[in-house]
Design a protein. Sequence first.
Length: 173
Amino acid sequence: DIVKAAKTSHGTFYLYFSNKEALFAALVADVADEMADLAASLEPITADAAGREALRAWLSRFSELYERYGPILRTWTEAEIDQSELGRMGTDLLGELAVALAAQLPAPKRAKARDRIDNDVAALALVAMIERFNYFVLSGQVGADRDAMLDTLADSVHDAVFGAAAEHRPRVS
């Protein structure tokens, strides 16, 4: 019972929300606003170790936000509400993150065989990987500690963007 968990009365709850769906919509709007702020905070990503560290720091902020709003994000994801307004908000949010990432990626320098890769589509694929990996760790489907998750994501995204030119900090064994 939401009212019991919030330690409030039914009257107080219904003073602010017409039903549970209205509460959920308000919570989703809060998450979407914070995710949009996070997307806007992404700085240019460079091929050097400093670029990889800046990316890891951004991924850490993403992970913190994902952890803070985990129950809402899991419910949002698992509800499969893509035909509703909330579903459209989720799609728009992933799109915003992908646009922010694409804007910070260097212009593609590809060999002829790879000229068909679209930076926007590639950025969306990377955002999907980042979001799903956080979801799997948070939901307990993947057993990885936070540092291992962040290092793996930072290295994977950095390598995907820069390939052989990517520089990483040395790992401590």
